[in-house]
Ligand binder design. Structure first.
Ligand code: SAM
Length: 278
């Protein structure tokens, strides 16, 4: 789903991810294939707007792209993409020579992306090292085994991940990242202050219309709703200096108007944050 949105964003010219659409087609879920092929009629479904998806994903993708590039400008040469999914940054960003990009995800996901991109003739633009592991297991050990050096500064991303973790796994994630991060390391992620937005009637109405179009993901069932640590406060306590910006401001910074309808309001509290250790 995220890769499909990146494909829309690429088609609109907002980002350049030539691998998003081929990856979506290779996955082969009909509704997403039709979405990237422009075959889903917008029709009367007022809440469904591919142009809006393209803008929203452009904001998100540019945020993480710029974050990593800026991190390498400070001399960082280790990037860790936690829950990398179908993210193709290891194949498309202009990483400086000597950069190692670690991609952590479940074994099936890693294998699928690696073989699909190989078949497409794609070449990594950094030293790409995969870490096929369940984040509920001892992933720091797997990361070190893959060559990660905790004594050298690193840049981490957890894009589109945290709401899919239970609260204790979220705490463990940032605890482990902190323990593995030398001073001046960086981390970036989104912060969704309130996951109950997926139960909000405004979102449910939108979800129902999407279901009629063939989309079968219900975020309400995917996310963990329990009370969880406030990521910004948690990172500050762990010794990080945090910068954060809400999604509407991020749209404005990218020259996009943030929609002012009910769905947009329901998601207005989502924040993008990046932090530096020490
Ligand atoms: N970061 C990518 C992006 O933004 O395109 C992927 C985001 S996707 C919504 C969530 C990712 O988390 C998936 O790739 C999924 O395989 C991974 N994931 C979820 N639970 C996981 C777990 N327990 N261990 C490892 N990866 C997990």
């Amino acid at each position: 789903m995220v890769a499909a949105q990146r494909a829309l964003s690429s088609d609109a010219g907002y980002i350049d991810d030539p691998f998003a659409a081929p990856l979506v087609r290779a996955v082969g879920i009909d509704v997403y294939t039709r979405l990237v092929n422009g075959e889903i009629p917008v029709g009367d479904y007022a809440g469904f707007d591919p142009a809006r998806m393209a803008r929203g994903m452009a904001v998100r993708t540019r945020f993480y792209d710029n974050y990593f590039i800026e991190a390498t400008r400070t001399g960082i040469r280790q990037a860790v993409i936690v829950a990398a999914g179908l993210d193709a940054r290891a194949y498309r960003l202009p990483w400086p020579d000597g950069t190692v990009v670690y991609e952590v995800d479940l074994p099936d996901v890693i294998e699928f992306k690696t073989s699909t991109l190989r078949d497409l003739g794609a070449e990594p633009t950094a030293q790409r090292r995969t870490v096929a592991v369940d984040l509920r297991d001892d992933w720091p050990a797997a990361l070190r085994e893959a060559g990660f050096d905790p004594e050298a500064p690193s840049a981490w991303s957890a894009e589109g991940l945290v709401v899919y973790l239970p609260p204790e796994a979220q705490d463990a994630l940032f605890g482990n990242i902190t323990a593995l991060s030398a001073p001046t390391s960086q981390v970036a992620c989104e912060f969704v202050p309130d996951t109950t937005i997926f139960k909000d009637p405004r979102w449910r109405a939108h979800h129902d219309r999407m279901t009629e179009l063939g989309f079968q993901v219900d975020f309400d069932e995917l996310v963990y709703h329990y009370e969880r640590s406030h990521i910004i406060e948690d990172l500050i306590k762990r010794g990080w200096q945090v910068q954060h910006r809400p999604v509407a401001e991020m749209h404005a910074a990218n020259g996009f108007q943030y929609a002012d309808d009910e769905i947009a309001q329901a998601f207005g509290d989502i924040t993008y944050l990046n932090a530096v250790k020490g």
